[in-house]
Write a protein that binds this ligand. Structure first.
Ligand code: GN1
Ligand code: MG
Length: 371
């Protein structure tokens, strides 16, 4: 069955009217397979849908995954309505399959889900415009604020210990030891870089244990391309990729946005001399984020924002390195060294943040004192 036939079949399962007239692959995520499909009804009306095959190696239980997503989007819709917003554009709306579930298991045992595609939006993988990046900071801050009164205990942990950097480090040590891919000799400098930063890994998780940092309901994957911008206003209006919304640290959400969006190069740029932290983008995001989330953060959280950017970038680098050593079993890759290339960009960015750390802290202090 080719992909169009597959999508036609899913159209029936999710009661989508009409015939599928086009399918395109959306390549930006590293985990699930995502398609945009347009269906045309007999009366000529066309509507687009986002169709995803859930990666069952990463998300072991689609029932729990979709339970979380439905609860979270329902909560967001209540908040959006209170603010007289548009629930069809400011959050995702998933379709029920004929069996009443928000996903469908096909004859191969693979799980699929469908939501409406939001028209009049765009997303970006890179950014140079500080105003747009600031808007994404406002949007993620707003997202966190809307979830501030959401009961975290109602959510399943879709990926246990997702941002426990200490456990990520332990997984790296195991991968180095086992060397399943036989590639260990090809990443000596990267292993050395990682081993030299072990002590950073547990700084934030230790503070959670000591109750110095609060657990909140957070997004956990705040990449720039997980925001949809309104094509007319350039405002970040909808946060997508809700698979990892779970109790976590606001700090990891802030940091991950910086890791991806304030890098002067792509996450998989082969020429690492192009990688650096764009300090103006860093400032813009900090200001945008604090303008919406700032009042709900504790003083300690706010003071740790610069550190969180360094730490999550390091964590992401060790995750890519671990996957490279394990033989590319987690992230989608397009070529053999892809995970190693990604690891190198992350570590180059960490090194640059270490150099610019005093400046990052100064920007943070100034932004905190002015909101
Ligand atoms: C994955 O799905 P995507 O591409 O938005 C990963 C994130 C990583 C990111 C690195 C569930 O996100 O944790 O930070 O790649 N998602 C999962 O680009 O592992
Ligand atoms: Mg994702």
């Amino acid at each position: 069955m080719d992909i169009k036939e597959k999508i036609m079949a899913l159209g029936e399962v999710f009661s989508i009217a009409g015939e599928c007239i086009s399918v395109s692959v959306i390549k930006s995520g590293h985990i699930n397979a995502t398609y945009k499909a347009v269906f045309r009804q007999n009366n000529g009306f066309e509507r687009a849908y986002l169709i995803q095959k859930i990666n069952s190696n990463v998300f072991k239980d689609s029932e729990k995954l979709m339970h979380n997503i439905v609860l979270v989007t329902t909560h967001l819709k209540e908040k959006i309505l209170i603010e007289h917003g548009d629930i069809n554009r400011e959050t995702l709306n998933f379709l029920q399959a004929q069996n009443g579930k928000f996903y469908f298991t096909d004859e191969n045992g693979e799980d699929w889900r469908v939501c409406y595609y939001i028209d009049g939006i765009y997303s970006c993988d890179t950014i140079t415009d500080g105003e747009i990046f600031k808007s994404s900071g406002r949007a993620f801050g707003e997202f966190q604020k809307k979830l501030a009164d959401f009961p975290g205990e109602a959510l399943y942990e879709t990926i246990p210990d997702f941002h426990d950097t200490g456990k990520r480090f332990a997984a790296l040590l195991e991968a180095i030891e086992k060397n399943l891919s036989g590639r260990r000799d090809r990443c000596g400098p990267e292993i050395e870089f990682a081993l030299a930063r072990e002590k950073d890994c547990t700084v934030l998780t230790d503070m959670i244990k000591k109750k110095e940092l609060p657990l909140r309901v957070t997004h956990n994957d705040t990449k720039l391309n997980n925001i949809l911008f309104d094509a007319r206003t350039n405002e970040g209006i909808c946060i997508v990729d809700l698979d990892t919304v779970m109790p976590g640290l606001s700090l990891y959400d802030f940091g991950d946005s910086i890791r991806f969006g304030a890098n002067t190069a792509a996450e998989d740029e082969k020429d690492i001399s192009k990688v650096s932290l764009d300090i103006d983008l860093y400032k813009a995001y900090t200001e945008g984020y604090l303008s919406t989330a700032g009042n709900s953060l504790t003083v300690k959280e706010a003071s740790l924002l610069p550190f969180s950017a360094r730490l999550i970038t390091f964590e992401c680098g060790i995750r890519f390195l671990t996957d490279y050593l394990n033989g590319d079993t987690y992230f989608k890759t397009e070529y053999a060294e892809h995970n190693l290339v990604r690891c190198r960009t992350q570590f180059a960015l960490v090194a640059d943040m270490e150099k610019k750390y005093d400046e990052m802290k100064r920007i943070n202090d100034a932004a905190i004192s002015s909101f």
